[in-house]
Design a protein around this ligand. Structure first.
Ligand SMILES: CC(C)(COP(=O)(O)OP(=O)(O)OC[C@H]1O[C@@H](n2cnc3c(N)ncnc32)[C@H](O)[C@@H]1OP(=O)(O)O)[C@@H](O)C(=O)NCCC(=O)NCCS
Length: 183
């Protein structure tokens, strides 16, 4: 048996239709606090993001997730502050691929890349209080629940609490050390 090949590829305008369809899936609409967006505004966001972590001016990054050559999701990182050493991440997979460990692996791959920046101190994310899969993913990767913003957003016709989760470099590195085999 072979392990499915999971890859991060740079997000390009040709991925726009896939991204739009992903945002439109019922699970995404129910659980992710997205404002209505036009095709043009999403294209602009995609073009403003890069996957080149060596670009000193970039603040916004996006990758598409491919499983055995098929697009299955996207992971993004935004609002990079080099001064404060922090960045916010977000992620979304097509529901046909949920619950197979793909989200955890893909976000873990992005964290590996981000923490290669020596200035990066903290990665954070927000998630809806009822998004149990997202919370489980965050917890598995070492994030800690830091707080809750009550009724912070309006999604799927309801006001929902939004949780803030954070991952410090020290926690990430300690977790990496723990999984490395002892020589
Ligand atoms: C959140 C998301 C990326 C998780 O990806 P995934 O590949 O389905 O998650 P994984 O298979 O890696 O599972 C991660 C953990 O979540 C748990 N989990 C998955 N679905 C769950 C659910 N519906 N309820 C509770 N836990 C769940 C898994 O059991 C696993 O924990 P475990 O290994 O301890 O059992 C995916 O569900 C998704 O894209 N959802 C819609 C968009 C979204 O919510 N994005 C996040 C916005 S903050």
């Amino acid at each position: 048996m072979t392990t499915p090949d999971l890859r991060l590829v740079p997000a390009l305008p040709e991925h726009l239709d896939f991204w739009m369809a992903l945002r439109d899936e019922p699970v995404s609409r129910k659980l992710v606090p997205m404002e209505p967006s036009t095709r043009e505004s999403l294209l602009k966001r995609m073009q403003e993001a890069t996957s080149d972590l060596s670009d000193p001016k970039a603040k916004s990054f996006r990758w598409m997730v491919e499983l055995d050559g098929r697009l299955v999701g996207t992971v993004a990182a935004k609002d990079l502050s080099r001064f404060h050493g922090r960045i916010e991440i977000g992620y979304m997979l097509s529901s046909a691929y949920h619950g197979r460990g793909i989200g955890t692996r893909a976000v873990g791959m992005v964290l590996e890349r981000l923490f290669e920046w020596s200035f990066l101190h903290r990665v954070w994310l927000t998630t809806a209080a009822d998004n149990l899969a997202s919370q489980a993913l965050a917890r598995k990767l070492g994030f800690t629940l830091e707080g809750v913003m009550p009724e912070h957003f309006f999604v799927d016709g309801q006001r929902k609490d939004q949780q803030v989760w954070g991952l410090l470099r020290s926690t990430w590195e300690a977790a990496r050390r723990d999984v490395r085999p002892v020589p």
